[in-house]
Design a protein around this ligand. Structure first.
Ligand code: SME
Length: 160
């Protein structure tokens, strides 16, 4: 099913624009996306703390709390500063399984001032759930989200 990421981005702007608290804004990003993207079982933010990603706001089952940079799909996206689109996690060497129901995954790095500050991770129980359009839509949405946060605080390292 096609998701209207432009509409989601406008809804995100409306939710975030007038609120300075970055934790509240991150929680609402996660709530909005989890409610509006069909066929997913987990969606959340990991924030970069030193050389580890640490679990932030999410929707879904409890998940791994710490992921070293370079490990798993999330750690790979953060280290390479590149989104990872995984059609079947069983074919991704080093994938970290938090919920055995998750089969496909897209992870988008959150980048501010040329540095990774975290990642957005979206998991689905369906094989090949995410298309290049989903990846692109989420990348633009995450870029806008980071811009909105930058308007509230210049240095976004450990933003939550
Ligand atoms: N599968 C991820 C770990 C995070 S959970 O899916 C919530 C990974 O390999 O990085």
């Amino acid at each position: 099913m096609t998701v209207n990421y432009k509409l989601l981005t406008r809804q995100l702007e409306a939710l975030v624009e007038d609120e300075a608290d970055l934790l509240a804004n991150s929680a609402n990003l996660v709530g909005l996306l989890f409610a509006e993207i069909p066929d997913i079982n987990w969606l959340g933010i990991y924030v970069l703390r030193g050389s580890e990603l640490v679990l932030g706001p999410f929707q879904g089952k409890p998940a791994c709390v710490r992921i070293p940079l370079g490990q798993g799909v999330c750690g790979t996206a953060a280290q390479r500063m590149e989104s990872q689109l995984v059609a079947d996690v069983n074919n991704f060497s080093g994938h970290i399984s938090c919920d055995p129901a998750s089969v496909s995954e897209v992870v988008v790095p959150l980048i501010s001032a040329g540095q990774v500050i975290g990642v957005l991770d979206v998991d689905s129980p369906l094989q090949g759930r995410f298309s290049a359009d989903d990846q692109h839509g989420l990348e633009l949405l995450c870029e806008r989200f980071v811009q909105l946060l930058e308007n509230k605080r210049a240095d976004l390292q450990n933003f939550i």
